[in-house]
Structures are given as C-alpha cells and as structure tokens.
Design a protein around this ligand. Structure first.
Ligand SMILES: O=C(O)CCC(=O)C(=O)O
Ligand SMILES: [Mn+2]
Length: 164
C-alpha cells in the first residue's frame, strides 16, 4: 500500500472481515473492498473472531465484536514507524494483536512519537490487547535478522482484530 504522501509502506498488508484497513493517496480508512482486486475481503475465520473476543474478555473489555482483521507481513529488517491506531470509530474497544513467526520488538512511545520507547519483545503466539489509557499510544515495530522461526524463517505475521 502507499502512504497518503505517495511512499510505499515498508511492510505488506492485507485484510479479512467485513471491512479492511487501507492506505492510499486519499488517506487511511476502512473499506469493504480490497483496492487491488475490487472484491470484498475474504471472510474473517471464526477462530480469529473467537480468539479476539476471548483475549479482550481476559483483559476485561465488554462486548468486543471484531469485524476487521488487518494482516501485516514483515521480513527481517522491516519496520513499522511510530503511529496511533485511530481510524476505528469506538476507541473504547481494544485492539487485539497476535504475533506469528519471527520475533519482533514492539516500541511503545506513549503520548508522543518523540518519546523514548519502552521495548517489548513479541514472540510467536503472543497475544497483546491494548485499550483504555493505552488505546491511543504511539507505537511501532522493529524486526532484525536474528533468530529464524522454525517454520516461518525470517517472516513475521501480525494479525490485529478490531471493531470498526
Ligand atoms: O505488528 C505489530 O505488532 C503491530 C502492528 C500495528 O501496530 C498495526 O497494524 O497497526
Ligand atoms: Mn498500530
């Protein structure tokens, strides 16, 4: 995808669910069609939805009903720069994030993208839920060519479940 400024995003992205997150010269938004094919995004597998719901419930969020799933693909060395997730209309609902494959460093900058980041290592199978006072935190991701994952090698997939 392209950034609103016309640059190519570092990582590749796709979606499943009723709506998917897209970026192009018109900005960031959720939409029902894949801009590459013009077709609806594939259905969200039930297992994704129930994983999102049980993770949100474990973090004491009520009534989370994810209908959007963004899938990011990172190769070793690729990054996602500091940003906020704020295109979802109801910010009282969390973001549930599932990490698969190669490990990555999640950078939490807090209220400003210029703050020094707190770093959290995310490994295959980790599930993170962020909401409430952390919902609008600036965050980013870094990957390195360190340890390959046994089956996915130097590839990382991050699946985020959101209510839009
Ligand atoms: O890859 C991750 O762990 C986070 C991805 C992310 O921040 C996003 O998709 O908005
Ligand atoms: Mn994000």
């Amino acid at each position: 995808m392209l950034t609103p400024g016309g640059k190519r995003l570092n990582i590749s992205m796709t979606n499943c669910g009723e709506v998917g997150w897209v970026s192009d010269d018109k900005g960031y938004r959720y939409q029902a069609e894949d801009p590459t094919s013009g077709r609806k995004w594939p259905n969200m597998p039930n297992a994704f939805k129930t994983l999102g719901q049980s993770a949100a419930q474990a973090a004491r969020f009520e009534g989370f009903c994810p209908n959007a799933c963004l899938i990011n693909h990172y190769q070793a060395g690729q990054k996602l720069s500091a940003h906020q997730d704020k295109n979802e209309p109801d910010l009282s609902q969390p973001v549930v994030s599932v990490s698969l494959g190669m490990s990555a460093t999640f950078l939490i900058h807090g209220n400003s993208r210029n703050n020094r980041a707190q770093k959290i290592q995310l490994h295959d199978g980790d599930v993170m839920v962020w909401g409430r006072s952390a919902r609008l935190m600036y965050h980013g991701v870094e990957t390195k060519q360190s340890q390959p994952h046994p089956t996915l090698g130097f590839h990382r997939f991050n699946v985020t479940l959101r209510q839009v």
